[in-house]
Design a protein around this ligand. Structure first.
Ligand code: F6R
Length: 616
């Protein structure tokens, strides 16, 4: 986790860095800090948010310099306090570092450094790393770049680092293993930007280099960036990419919160996901990553889907899609469990990984494991050029645009859209789907964005329901079939941003335990659409009703039966059962949003969370 950003060039570095940190704050917001150099090193850091750092800096007139870097932290080693905040300085005071990741062998390295009389102020692994680099520099009498390269060969763990040496103040050294780093290249190499993603420098340059794992870069103003392999110090010719992201996409655009903006962006985002892929009137789904590997998908013994959090919920929806439509057996795995379970993976398995950020450490490790066992790995990511996108054998982007709110919304619906297209494509190729059904699905998919739009217009009703239940301590979410994962996702959304305890269950499981919780104070959100097991869900609702639970039901437009028994209903437009998660999810996202706002919670940056989980 953590966000890092830096600048070297001819402009004042402070405004660029502080703005960059605000854009990266989704990666962690336990503390923030900055380094600037103007004849001398200036460091300011504080527990809290980037705005706290800004307040601190406003009282300081020395915030000048054309080189510097900043950090926003998601705490791993050491509690969030001023001392553990980055940047960290070496014992001599010459070297300064910011770091995203974890140095796993920091304790052994620290003991070794202590023997050599190094002292430590913080509890962080990062302070160990900067002193290790200092020690290597001293013993080898070498430049910073070489010292970083040698030191990193002694390190076990994950890192994206940016290091500054006071004795060579026109240079930044960056390196990556497991945590992302993008380098923005200004005109004629007159300035450079460093960041965890490209958002801090998007208005200055569209040219960027994404460092690969085990690569480092020496960045000097007015010189070509020098990229080296950390392992053997060999020089690499970098590939300069053209960024497509624009500034508008990463700003709030009139909405109070990124989360709300991203909920409302879903009609567009879903369209962008299938744009150019779905040609409904010709009965075509075109996806290069699937087309080029069709044999692998069709001959697969099974599909294993690996992901975390909301992406895992999208994977659960995909289990229904693939088994129902394409008749391929599917297993859905938490990446964190899968990677450590010694799972049985063969060359006949297709592993699909799903990740918004493309940086989730457990998912990335699961890919590496699956590849080592000979499985074909297909990555579904939102962030272009992310580690998972690069590590997978093939894949597809969701094209949802940047998702900044920590709670995932449009990433989820676009992942389901993409997974639906793949399931339909495979169902067609396998002949498990009739031509008529296939055509019907394709036409229906094109109608989904308009149906989401219609649903968003019902927001006032959702807001009213939110106002009634905002103060409850617990909630249950129930759904069956395709909408069981939506119940899980609804519960996750509520707990992560409002801190209300919520649990999702398959509706029929209720009677095996959770029913004991139901009394007149327990709101139960039930997805009771007129498809699949409607009658059975109606029976589940009756069971809740007879125990005086409060029922908030998501029903299909025109429903009569559930309306009679539920305390509140939210209607969704009619669609194919397989596509209902794309609609039923929307009111549950809005509900969580409104409740969190009404409770005065920090919607976009809920406590203890971060957008990109690059630690395991
Ligand atoms: C919840 C949420 C998380 C992520 C999870 C995986 O709203 O955002 O549960 O879904 O951390 O992240 P990605 O999809 O980036 O791998």
């Amino acid at each position: 986790m953590c966000g890092i950003t830096g600048y070297i060039g001819y402009r004042e570095a402070y405004p660029i860095i502080i703005k960059g940190l605000q854009r990266l704050e989704y990666r962690g917001y336990d503390s923030a800090g900055i380094l600037l150099y103007n004849d001398d090193v200036f460091i300011s850091k504080t527990k809290g948010k980037v705005s706290d750092l800004e307040d601190l800096m406003n009282t300081d007139s020395s915030k000048q310099g054309n080189i510097g870097f900043g950090h926003t932290r998601w705490a791993t080693h050491g509690i969030p306090n001023n001392i553990n905040s980055h940047p960290h300085t070496s014992n001599s005071g010459n070297l300064v570092i910011i770091h995203n990741g974890i140095i796993e062998n920091y304790d052994a390295l620290k003991k070794e450094l202590i023997k050599r009389n190094y002292t430590f102020k913080s509890d962080t692994d990062t302070e160990v790393l900067v002193n290790l680099i200092e020690e290597v520099k001293k013993t080898n009498d070498c430049k910073l770049g070489k010292a970083v390269q040698i030191a990193l060969n002694e390190v076990i763990g994950a890192y994206a680092i940016c290091v500054f040496d006071k004795t060579k103040p026109n240079e930044l050294v960056v390196a990556r293993l497991g945590s992302p780093i993008a380098i923005g290249i200004g005109k004629e190499n007159k300035e450079f930007f460093v960041a965890s993603d490209a958002s801090p420098f998007i208005e200055y340059t569209k040219n960027a280099i994404y460092l690969e794992d085990e690569e480092m870069a020496i960045i000097t103003a007015n010189k070509e960036v020098e990229i080296r392999k950390i392992k053997d110090d060999s020089i690499i010719t970098p590939e300069i990419q053209q960024l497509k992201m624009n500034l508008e996409q990463i700003e709030k655009g009139g909405y109070d919160h990124f989360m709300l903006k991203e909920i409302y962006e879903q009609p567009h985002a879903i369209t962008d996901t299938y744009r150019g892929r779905l040609i409904a009137n010709q009965g075509i789904i075109r996806m290069a990553g699937v087309d080029d590997n069709m044999e692998k998908f069709l001959n697969a013994d099974r599909i294993i889907i690996v992901a975390c959090g909301t992406s895992w919920h999208a994977g659960l929806v995909a289990e229904y899609l693939f088994e129902d439509i394409a008749r391929i057996p599917v297993e859905v795995e938490y990446a964190s469990e899968f990677r450590y379970r010694n799972p049985i993976i063969t060359e006949k398995d297709v592993v699909i990984t799903i990740s918004q950020s493309g940086e989730t450490a457990d998912t990335l490790a699961a890919i590496k494991l699956a590849k080592s066992k000979g499985a074909f790995v297909f990555g579904i990511c939102n962030v272009v050029g992310s580690s998972i996108a690069r590590e997978a054998h093939a894949g597809a982007y969701t094209h949802a645009g940047p998702e900044i709110g920590v709670a995932s919304t449009k990433a989820f619906t676009t992942q389901i859209t993409l997974l639906s297209l793949i399931a339909l494509k495979l169902g067609k190729a396998k002949g498990s789907l009739s031509n008529a059904a296939y055509r019907n699905y394709l036409q229906e998919m094109e109608l989904i964005p308009k149906k989401v739009e219609r649903l968003l217009k019902e927001d006032e009703n959702v807001k009213y329901i939110s106002s009634i239940y905002k103060d409850v301590p617990n909630c249950l979410y129930l759904g069956r079939g395709y909408n069981f994962p939506v119940a899980l996702e609804g519960a996750l959304k509520l707990k992560e941003i409002s801190y209300i305890h919520a649990e999702g269950y398959p509706a029929a499981e209720m009677k095996h335990g959770p029913i004991a919780l139901i009394d007149e104070n327990m709101p139960v959100f039930v997805i009771a659409i007129n498809k699949g097991h409607y009658e059975k869900v109606v029976s589940n609702i009756q069971e809740i009703k007879s125990r005086k639970g409060k029922i908030i039901a998501i029903v299909t437009e025109g429903d009569i039966q559930v309306k009679k028994i539920a305390d509140h209903v939210i209607e969704i437009p009619e669609t194919e059962e397989a596509f209902t998660p794309l609609l039923t999810t929307i009111p549950l996202q809005l509900l969580s949003y409104h409740i969190a706002v009404m409770l005065n919670k920090n919607v976009d940056q809920p406590r203890n969370l971060a957008k990109s989980v690059t630690v395991e």
